[in-house]
Design a protein. Sequence first.
Length: 187
Amino acid sequence: MLKSHGRTDAERQVDMNYEQERTCIFEATAAIEKHEGQKPLGWLAPYISQTHDSLDLLKEAGYHYMMDWPLDDQPVWFRTKHGRILSVPYSHDLNDSLEVVSRRTPQRDLCDDLIDQFDELLRESERRPLVMPIVLHSFVLGQPHRLRQFRRVVEHILKHRDRVWLARPGEICKFIESLASGIVPGS
């Protein structure tokens, strides 16, 4: 399942008027459909920015989910003028680009934090299903000198493979769309 990230990271939706934002969303959607043969179902805005119209425009363009609201560790339905759209969790705090590049957090500390986040959410998930997004960029943790530390995170998570579902956002959305109303907040 494809996800769009706008036309370019050089523009932010929050700086656009209604027509500019609508054009941005529809152009990005059309470009992906042209090159991939199908429309994207998810959206993560450049700079993770939105306007008051973003959710309505995304739903109008056919999106099923977006990842711009880090409001909870579980998916939540939002209402729009065109129907509901799912908010799939996206981690700002443990985003490798923000942590390592912007904040200069040593990768060992970031990886320790990812392990702590996983352990705590796994414990909390005994009461309710939760999502732990891991936000990676190849130019950050994908670098060879950083891979050793990130490998610790993956190995730790895989020790609990029988208790977790490793999934992409589109797979999470598809599963949640199959659930009865009332299970996911906002439905």
